[in-house]
Design a protein around this ligand. Structure first.
Ligand code: PGA
Length: 258
């Protein structure tokens, strides 16, 4: 497995919170005595929605938290109402950007080709892409999991064959049926899937810069089971991450460092 010094916790705040709720999170974090010590050696990131990004970044930077976006446009600039360019994310000095989340694939019909072009553009801008992949329950029941994951990764892996940059890359395996359901795949299933992903990624020259995350119903209750899988360097955490105390418990139960 990778020789990784850090454990990664990425909070995907989705569209869960009002501005008032975010302020409350920040106040609780700022009053917490052990937080900074707890996350030493770990990487904790908040993927906030666009309208909250600037505020979250300004307020949480001093508590050792990184900030990123939940998606980006595949266009450079121009007449694209409602979209947000990678250039803007770069100007804000964001650290990472989630792409290909199953909710975005589902709601906005984004294809693997579109997601792969965002991936390339993010790397060109030195923003770490967090590429989400995952199968639906029907695909899993049809024993299509590995094929689906391969298809979702293929174009990105082809591109990475000739990429030699140093930007950190994340691949987040998030089984669709696990998101928000409280269901986490068995350790045996996860070992099988992550070892498949790990082997695939070893074929690209920058394999050592690729970290694997697991996402889907990560909480302080499920995190211990997930700790035992060698290839997992961290977690993409949805619902559980909007409550500061629960996020803290996840980091605590997981032990921070790998
Ligand atoms: P969840 O979401 O932790 O609420 O299941 C994870 C995700 O969608 O990234």
């Amino acid at each position: 497995m990778n020789n990784i010094p850090k454990k990664y916790y990425i909070a995907n705040w989705k569209m869960y919170q009002s501005f008032a709720a975010i302020k409350k999170f920040i106040i609780t974090c700022s009053h917490d005595q052990d937080w900074k010590e707890l996350i030493k050696g770990s990487y904790v990131g908040i993927a906030a929605s666009y309208e909250h990004l600037y505020y979250v970044q300004k307020k949480l930077d001093k508590f050792g938290l990184h900030t990123g976006a939940q998606d980006c446009s595949a266009f450079l600039q121009g007449a694209y109402t409602g979209q947000v360019s990678i250039e803007s994310l770069q100007e804000m000095k964001l650290d990472f950007c989630i792409i290909g989340h199953s909710e975005v694939r589902r709601e906005l019909g984004q294809t693997d080709m579109l997601i792969a072009s965002k991936f390339k553009m993010l790397l060109a801008a030195n923003i770490s892409p967090i590429l989400c992949i995952g199968e639906t329950l029907a695909q899993r029941n049809d024993e299509m999991t590995l094929q689906v994951l391969y298809d979702q990764l293929e174009q990105v892996l082809n591109f990475l064959q000739s990429y030699s940059g140093t930007t950190q890359i994340f691949i987040a395996y998030e089984p669709v049926y696990s998101i928000g359901s409280g269901i986490v795949p068995s350790t045996q299933d996860l070992e099988h899937i992550f070892s498949f992903l790990y082997k695939l990624v070893q074929q690209v020259p920058v394999a050592k810069n690729v970290m694997f995350l697991y996402g889907g119903s990560v909480s302080s209750k499920t995190v211990q089971q997930l700790q035992n899988i060698d290839e997992i360097s961290g977690f993409l955490i949805g619902k559980a991450s909007i409550d500061f105390q629960e996020l803290k418990k996840i980091v605590q139960s997981d032990g921070g460092m790998v």
